[in-house]
Design a protein. Sequence first.
Length: 370
Amino acid sequence: MSPERIFEMVRKELRQVLRDVRMRGVLFVAPVIQLLIFGYAVSTDVRDTATFVIDADGSRESRDLVEAFTASGYFRVAGASRRPADLVRALDRGEAAVGLVIPAGFARDVRRGGPAKVQLLFDGTNSNVATVAMGYAGRIVQSWGMRIAPAQAPPGVELRARAWFNPDLNSRTYNVPAVVGAILVLVCLLLTALAIVREREIGTLEQLLVSPLTPGELILGKTIPFAAIGLVDLGLVTAVALYWFHVPFRGSALLLLLASLLYILSALGVGLYISTISRTQQEAFMAVFLVFMPTMLLSGFMFPVSSMPPVFRWLTLINPMRHYLEIVRGIFLKGAGAAALWKQLAALSLMGVGILWLAADRFRRRAAAG
């Protein structure tokens, strides 16, 4: 291989991609916008959940309990009544997602130190909101009960829970690092698949094939610029994650760079493979999203891998994005090093080199066949 020819090919690709102002916006501005949208929109946190209160007791204790709910920030009173039928109507119409029912005699039971009953109803049509809200409500009631419990009858067991690595259990802290992996794979897939197919459509790919460039030099000249663009996007979105969303970064920047490079190799290999089976840019574009969606769903980005059926858990092992997300979250949140992440790094290395080699071999054979 000739380094001079590869360098000229890389320079040609960069000039071709970056000379269009709109393309520069797509490559360097769109990823930042996507991260901002994902960072704010993709959240499993529950805030200001509409709550309908049935206070049949009307006592100071019942009002104090309702105040504890609203003061937490997780719930807001959307309506109140003394008739249970009003609560049912509010849940049916979607005017409330949570119902808090305080029966008559609640204050009496609290003062006696006996079990005081409170009923919580949740709208289960959105199971995620219902599950998270149920956990918050349970902790609020438990904390309130311990606070007002008579001094002479302290609770037998005191529970003290603490979350490591993400003390506030902020979903944004967990999701934003994962968005980095989604943006990288999408950018690299689109660039590699569409660029080569575009060359074929306008007829310049045949000119490149009959030039002194070898197939290996052509492949390197096509993939190196997109790998560089992917690393620039990595720097941009990482900076936004750190300085805008204030996501903690406790690990090694060099380890993150190495893992990202291996991950980008996998994405470039898949994009190159798509380019060998697509004849038009429309076909390549559809194939990219046909690959991108299962990659997202089977990565653990949206749904925990542990909750998937066994067959799909096995499928996630051949998904580079799954291993990369484990690395990114480990580096950002835990400060994990290579000793803790060597399995994921080894998997990315094998898949990155293997996928890129298979795609390059198919590209060479197709180019040789004309």
